[in-house]
Design a protein around this ligand. Structure first.
Ligand SMILES: [Zn+2]
Length: 56
């Protein structure tokens, strides 16, 4: 069974900045441009707070 949470996700912040985050991040991920929180760890997987553009 594939686990999509273990992949990389390309997310797009509301400011337009795109960033690649790991599907199982252990730390909070902030946008490199506007410093807004775009992903955070939750129960072993990543909760993406920005728009997911693509699963890599
Ligand atoms: Zn941003």
């Amino acid at each position: 069974m594939s686990n999509p949470s273990s992949k990389f996700l390309r997310v797009k912040c509301s400011c337009g900045e795109e960033q690649v985050v790991f599907g199982k991040t252990a730390s909070r991920v902030k946008c490199g441009s506007c410093k807004k929180l775009i992903a955070k760890p939750s129960g072993g997987k990543t909760v993406v707070l920005a728009k997911v553009e693509e699963v890599l």
